[in-house]
Write a protein that binds this ligand. Structure first.
Ligand code: SAH
Length: 247
């Protein structure tokens, strides 16, 4: 892997990135750069938008209500990442924040909240999820920013599922060896499913296990917190089927 610049400030912007482009800063972004980071005019930082790779930019304008950047040169080309959808029962606030950030760092393509029978969170704050995705991407230099989808009930997900994408269902009552199970799978579009604080109901587990496009996956003999299970399963998937492999 090329040596990465992990020291420069990194900012997510929506605008297209090309040499010479002027990018208007939102007031909150301008405040962060000038008041929090105390960057001065001419300061350099890294910017990305999830489409055009990572670019060096300079702070070229600052004024009361905002500012602007001038885009200089590309330093990293746009990256792809594993074609893995992360399906999860929304958790309570801080644990959901953590889980969304970790799934982003682990390189998932899409974040798909799934409402299960024992899901505690009443409503899912998609804006908050998006903010956590951006924060993790800025901190860790993730260029393929995962898409945040709207919550869907588990039964509806299964009724409308595209069977060309295989679901790895993290089954807290399973007993199969995870590595052996994963190594039997054909590489291809994948989804990972992690349940809520109260686990899956017997009905949900039975329904999932009955689907040909679902493989139950045990993550060992101890029941982990859902946010821990997220990191564990995404590490296993990246290492056996994803882009941690060094062929
Ligand atoms: N009560 C705990 C754990 C709930 S289990 C909590 O408060 O979080 C939450 C989800 O994590 C399960 O539905 C399952 O998808 C996953 N999980 C946890 N431990 C697991 C294990 N040993 N094997 C497979 N999945 C596991």
């Amino acid at each position: 892997m090329a040596i990465r610049d992990l020291t420069s400030e990194r900012l997510f912007v929506d605008a297209d990135l090309a040499a010479g482009n002027r990018v208007e800063l939102e007031p909150a972004q301008a405040h962060y750069l000038t008041a929090v980071l105390r960057l001065k005019l001419g300061a350099r930082l890294l910017v990305f938008n999830g489409r055009n790779g990572e670019w060096v930019a300079t702070l070229s304008e600052t004024h009361k209500r905002g500012g602007a950047l001038t885009i200089e040169s590309e330093v990293r080309p746009q990256e792809s990442g594993p074609d893995v959808d992360y399906l999860f029962a929304p958790l309570k606030r801080s644990r959901l924040d953590y889980m969304v950030q970790k799934a982003t760092e682990m390189g998932v393509a899409r974040l798909r909240p799934v409402i299960t029978e024992r899901t505690i969170a009443e409503r899912v704050n998609s804006e908050r999820m998006q903010a956590n995705v951006i924060e993790a991407a800025e901190q860790c230099g993730v260029l393929r920013v995962p898409e945040v989808q709207a919550p869907v009930r588990l039964d509806d997900v299964l009724d409308t599922w595209d069977a060309s994408r295989h679901i790895l269902f993290c089954d807290e009552h399973g007993e199969n060896d995870p590595i052996a199970t994963l190594q039997k799978l054909e590489p291809g579009p994948l989804a990972v499913l992690v349940g809520p604080e109260g686990g899956f109901s017997p009905r949900e587990r039975e329904r999932l296990i009955g689907k040909t496009f679902v493989t139950p996956l045990s993550l060992g003999p101890r029941i982990m917190r859902a946010d821990t299970a997220a990191v564990a399963v995404l590490a296993l998937v990246n290492a056996t089927l994803g882009d941690w492999r060094r062929d």
